[in-house]
Design a protein around this ligand. Sequence first.
Ligand SMILES: Cc1cc2nc3c(=O)[nH]c(=O)nc-3n(C[C@H](O)[C@H](O)[C@H](O)COP(=O)(O)O)c2cc1C
Length: 358
Amino acid sequence: MSLFNDQKLKLGVFCFNCSGGMTMSEASSLRIEWPEMVKIAKSADRIGFEAIVPVARWRGYGGSTNHNGVNYEPFAWAAGLAAETERATIFSTCHLPIWHPIAAAKMATTIDHISAGRFGMNMVMGWFAEEMKMFGHEQREHDLRYEYGTEWVEIVKQVWSEEEGFDHHGRFFDLTDVISQPQPLSRPRPVLINAGSSPAGIDFATREVDFNLCSMTTLEAAAELVKEVRRKAWDEYRRKVGVLTHVTILCRDTEREADEEFDRLMELGDWEGADNWIEILGIESESFGEMIREFRSRFISGASHVIKGNPEQVTAELEQISATGIDGVLFGFLDYAREVDEFGEKVMPLLVQAGLRH
Ligand SMILES: Cc1cc2nc3c(=O)[nH]c(=O)nc-3n(C[C@H](O)[C@H](O)[C@H](O)COP(=O)(O)O)c2cc1C
């Protein structure tokens, strides 16, 4: 399970199953076509990235790009890419309210076999109410989503580990004589991650998964989060839990080219789409005033930290991120199909020199 290897900073590629990838901008040249998916995944696998991670999205956010509106379903996507790769852990991102845990556990096991033990699952509770409505689901109250998630993942873990049939009589599921063969090849089970940073989300992560996946604001906040996740996991559950983050990366030969690329990303930004996202998230512009502009540009550039610069500057920033205690970084690119290879060529050797990789 390569996310547990001894590389100081694990690396991955994120979000390329949905149009726009991480960025809400017409500057993205990602095409949601299968040959492009295979090319990106094979490049990431070849240069030694540990993780290939999709997002779970069923509809876009409107605006000029209808961000993420063209998308591949993550389990089927992972199965296809599992067959095309050799080393990286291939993730599905799973909307827990949509998939029955027995079905999800079985799909996961199947992909774990296709990949010879390289499957991982990112569990998300479903925050986008319009999306949940497509499936006829009313949105549960925030913390109740994690209570549901807890029962859901306990069932999945049991499906993966029980040799005999078992019953489950809980608050959300009433199951009789559940049996599933074969079991996953990954031992003790496929790697689990979860993206949520509320107290309920962090509690879920520290209890149930291997890595919390967080968006990054500042280095200081990231260091605090890492400390808190580790402390809580150990003090309350006697577990070790890692932290991953995601960043948009604009690596160009010179600082100036990278700056120009960032300007292009923002100029071609889908501001209407960003407004829609903010509205969906329920942020009232009146109450946030100036901060809202920052939120909008943040969503356009990938809803997390942006690393821009020449290969040396990119390496230096990754060193700073690693120094916060973060275990791994998943990247979003404007042109994944070209830039993953370039990252391998120009940045990976510098990461070795910096002691982040070997
Ligand atoms: C890095 C990251 C990736 C996420 N990926 C998805 C996703 O693919 N699909 C989805 O519906 N929600 C996704 N989410 C949303 C989270 O699952 C969660 O609903 C949201 O962060 C709010 O949770 P919280 O209130 O516990 O922080 C993601 C969140 C983060 C931070």
